[in-house]
Design a protein around this ligand. Sequence first.
Ligand SMILES: [Zn+2]
Ligand SMILES: [Zn+2]
Length: 169
Amino acid sequence: MKQENSDSGRKPKSATRQAEKLFRSYMKAEGMRCTTERIAVLREVYDSGTHLDADEIYRRLKEQGTGISRATVYHTLDLLFRFHLVTKIDLGHKHTHYERSHGVANHLHVVCEQCGAVVEITSDELGGLLERLCREQGFQLGSFSLQVFGRCMDEAAGGTCRRRRKTEG
Ligand SMILES: [Zn+2]
Ligand SMILES: [Zn+2]
């Protein structure tokens, strides 16, 4: 099946398609079948462009009417991770979050420990620093996924977390 990408304004879609192509070829090389369910998991992670946990992915796919089991979602995420198509991130919850990694610049996540708000920061400076630190230890820097925990601040509320202030009235 061939489909041309004519809607140039929608960048995420071509990244999704590229990732899909890689996934298919890796799966083929491993002698595994690239089922529509597995492709649906990849698409959900790539098209959402956000950080999702396995249950959220499962829920979203169910809502779309995709007949998929939780086990398939977990297994597919493991495969995508192994093929470097998704990264696992720890946002301070008990479970892992996933995000797309193909065509995405390395970035830092700043997470509010109180309300869970996440901000992404891309920094050449940070990349340069990590590259130097790795080199000093005899490593070549690959991809990275970093989390920093803090507290989002609302200056008007004397520096307390924004959402906490809202919920506590
Ligand atoms: Zn907060
Ligand atoms: Zn991210």
